[in-house]
Design a protein around this ligand. Structure first.
Ligand code: GAP
Length: 502
């Protein structure tokens, strides 16, 4: 299973590179950990995801407006929000090889049979059970044989590096050396504003877009003629100096968020939380994450942030495990109260119908664009068979992306490069472009190969101009998923494609 998942991830990353969805940042210089670039297909896919979110949360609603805040803000923002003091991960260094690890993701595993120590290892894993499995799987064959022989008497022990028993050092997963005690590492990227590089000019790249929204809550309320309940939505870059960026784009150091802060009367916060929890889940389902790989998980009380009354994660089963796509949280009046306290500005809202005065509660659906992109890519990746030119079944890789998200909506081919077919095909291509539909023209090579290239790009429709077109002005339209081919009039292609992707 683990091997299959690894294999799927490998196939997906190789397709993403080969077809221009995702590249390593600064690749020609050996890359840089935790940073990624989106190629021609990837940028279009990501843009379509952001457009779908913006249309569904801002354009189609009366109660949400948009905002675009600066990435660098007054550093006092991050004092008030609690990020300067608390936005930390536990960090441990290897005393020997100097590698750095997130101490909550490193485990020290040992297996002993009485006094006989069979195995000690440092491994990176998500929990104790996974750590034990990883350690026994990576043991050499002699140790594995002994583990099997002693299986029923073995005592396993696994502890997380940041919870190491006193006097016991966890081991480095890279070289087996001793790890230091865990210490707090603040994940905000620091920079300086202006010509002076001292502590007075220190600033941060925002680690979330949310604080820009809270800081503008009064501005928006006073200018947009809104009444509670209302929301402010923002899409933008966020930066976190993750100790251990991993799983492709899933945990990056630079990424994009799409966040809504929904302000409501505290007495209605539970209902609005329930509403957004469900609405956001259904948004992903509506765009194709409908399989049983998507789930909603409510946080246990112990897991809740101190300011949160309730939180649910929308999680997706990636090939590397079940992980968070988006969090929906009832953040109470914590953020606005903090900013009121630190800035001295009044954040209260006066309801002129009920004559109540209150600091609104905030329901926050906070998603990651890159994680959504990765989930849509994972869900879309399929291997099946399609007939080749001679009608023989041939394996194909096809990205079954939702038509709204597909980077290219239609490809147009002349069957052969002669007899006036390219001229007709180019005309259809131009008409699609003029209608604002992302499309692609291709006249090179066998038509079966051209279909397969579009399958890999996730293009829902391929339009082919052939000999019959010149007689009756019809073209074939081939459906990416069903492989059905039907003939329609050439001058109806634009309408047909527009309807199919709506
Ligand atoms: N304002 C709340 C907030 O920022 P979060 O759970 O820290 O909450 C929200 O982040 C979303 O941002 C996550 O669900 C995830 O989709 C995305 N995200 C967070 N850290 C990320 C990272 N290092 N790489 C990619 N996406 C990330």
């Amino acid at each position: 299973m683990a091997e299959e998942s690894g294999e799927l991830m490998e196939k997906l990353t190789s397709l993403c590179k080969r077809r221009g969805f995702i590249f390593q940042s600064s690749e020609i210089y050996g890359g840089i950990g935790g940073f990624w670039d989106y190629g021609p297909l990837g940028v279009q896919l990501k843009r379509n995801i952001k457009d779908a979110w913006w249309r569904d949360t801002v354009v189609k609603r009366d109660d949400i407006v948009g905002l675009d805040c600066s990435i660098i803000m007054n550093p006092s923002v991050w004092e008030a929000s609690g990020h300067v003091a608390g936005f930390t991960d536990p960090l441990a260094d290897c005393r020997k090889c100097k590698a750095r690890f997130r101490a909550d993701q490193v485990f020290f595993v040992s297996a002993r049979d009485g006094d006989d120590v069979l195995l000690t290892a440092g491994v990176e894993a998500d929990d104790e059970q996974a750590a034990i499995q990883a350690a026994s799987a990576s043991a050499n064959s002699k140790t594995r044989r002994r583990i099997e022989q002693h299986a029923d008497r073995l005592q396993w022990q696994a502890f997380r590096a940041d919870r190491a028993p006193a006097g016991q050092a966890a081991k480095c997963p890279a070289c087996g050396g001793d790890l230091t005690d865990a210490r707090k590492f603040n994940m905000m990227f620091k920079t300086h504003v202006g010509a002076m590089e001292d502590s007075s000019s220190q600033a941060y790249l925002r680690p979330e877009t949310a604080q820009g929204i809270f800081c503008n809550y009064r501005n928006v309320l006073d200018t947009a003629r809104l009444k509670v309940p209302f929301g402010i939505a923002q899409i933008g870059k966020a930066f976190r100096n993750e100790i251990n960026p991993r799983n492709y784009t899933f945990r990056s150091r630079e990424f994009e968020q799409m966040e809504i802060e929904y302000f409501c009367n505290p007495s209605q916060a539970d209902q609005w939380y329930a509403y957004w929890r469900q609405a956001r889940f259904e948004w992903y389902v509506g765009l194709g994450l409908g399989s049983d790989k998507l789930r909603l998980r409510d946080h246990e009380k112990a897991e809740l942030a101190h300011y949160s009354k309730a939180t649910a994660d929308i999680e997706y089963t990636f090939p590397f495990g079940v992980s968070e796509l988006e969090g929906v949280a009832n953040r109470t009046d914590y953020d606005l109260s903090q900013h009121q306290k630190h800035s001295g500005r009044d954040m209260a809202y006066f309801d002129d119908e009920t004559k109540e005065r209150f600091i609104p509660y905030v329901i926050e659906p906070s998603g990651g664009v890159d994680r959504a992109t990765l989930a849509f890519l994972c869900e879309a990746y399929c291997q099946d068979e399609a007939p080749d030119e001679n009608g023989l079944p041939q394996e194909r890789i096809v990205m079954k992306l939702h038509p709204r998200l597909a980077p290219i909506k239609a490809a147009v081919f002349p069957l052969v490069k002669k007899d006036g077919m390219p001229e007709v095909a180019r005309k259809i291509h131009q008409a699609l472009k003029a209608a604002g539909l992302a499309c692609f023209y291709d006249e090179k090579g066998a038509v079966g190969r051209r279909y397969r290239r579009q399958d890999e790009a996730g293009t829902p429709l391929c339009v082919t101009v052939d000999g019959q077109t010149l007689q009756d002005q019809t073209v074939t339209v081939r459906d990416r998923d069903s492989l059905d081919q039907k003939r329609i009039l050439a001058d109806q292609v634009v309408r047909y494609v527009a309807d199919a992707i709506a």
